[in-house]
Design a protein around this ligand. Structure first.
Ligand SMILES: [Zn+2]
Length: 177
């Protein structure tokens, strides 16, 4: 017997993915994260708060998981995002010359940063206030705020079906706030 592949398999439920499938998976994860953070930022604004809290992220992960799995075009969107990222990378490689031209501008930006140092003391005071910001539920009537107000209900009612959905729900439930 010369086939030792059974030794690598461990529990036997490992899946071999092609490079293309891995790329698709990566772009899906990126899209999931992007949507989650966009919604969290939006929600915090609607709740009239200044800082995104872990609870906001957790809530928006739940929202995104439920929405994500209903979108037929999610994979298409993810592929588009991946392509955009690839294009950006290529642009960066080609941009060396342009970067030099912008050096002067960059310096100006740095100057501004230095100016900011003078305000550090004031910033620290603000940080303290923001750390203590209390979680508030947004009372606004937009769909996102509506879902988050009744999120527990939606989340309990959501019965994941595909392996991806099941794994998403299980992993999001592991977070505890
Ligand atoms: Zn809202």
């Amino acid at each position: 017997m010369s086939d030792y592949s059974f030794m690598k398999a461990g529990s036997g439920d490992e899946i071999q993915l092609s490079e293309k499938q891995i790329e698709e998976m990566q772009s899906l994860i990126l899209l999931f994260a992007e949507n989650t953070f966009k919604n969290a930022a939006e929600y915090v604004k609607h709740a009239k708060r200044n800082i995104i809290q872990l609870r906001d992220i957790h809530n928006c992960m739940k929202v995104e998981a439920m929405v994500f799995c209903q979108k037929d075009h999610t994979l298409q969107e993810a592929k588009k995002l991946l392509q955009e990222i690839k294009n950006e990378k290529t642009d960066e490689d080609d941009d060396d010359e342009e970067d030099d031209e912008n050096d002067e501008e960059d310096d100006d930006e740095n100057d501004e940063e230095e100016d900011d140092d003078e305000n550090d003391e004031e910033d620290d005071e603000n940080d303290e206030e923001e750390d203590e910001e209390e979680y508030t539920v947004s009372q606004c009537s937009c769909p996102l705020c509506g879902i988050i107000r009744d999120l527990d209900q939606y989340w309990d009612a959501w019965k994941p079906e595909t392996p991806l959905e099941i794994s998403l729900k299980k992993n999001i439930d592991k977070f505890n706030f």
